[in-house]
Design a protein. Sequence first.
Length: 133
Amino acid sequence: MAHELESVLILIHPPLAILGYLFTFIAAKKMIGLLRGKKERMDLKISLTIAWWLTFAGLVTGMIWAQIAWGRFWSWDPKETATLVIFVTLTIIYIMNLKKISLKVQAAYMAINILSIIGTISITFIDIGLHSF
């Protein structure tokens, strides 16, 4: 199993996931700024779009790597499941933003998303699942 984990995907998957988290935090900051009536340099829609694509790419590359390492694309590992929650809530936020749903409602979903990111990062350091270190 260790040999399969030594894939070139170690150079692709983790950076994509981390950048997805980073841009989600940037989008959250933009959202807070907009709620406070401040104009932000980078449009919320742009940061949400970048966060969505990076999270999607991180999820897909993780699934490919899992197929190589463990022989299956998905195992309902706690970190995989938490990442799915992140992706689904980010998708909901993105769609609400496109449909111009209330920013306060979007912010509530963003809070769930941020908590999910913190949870998934924490899961990495807890001795459960395939992502434990």
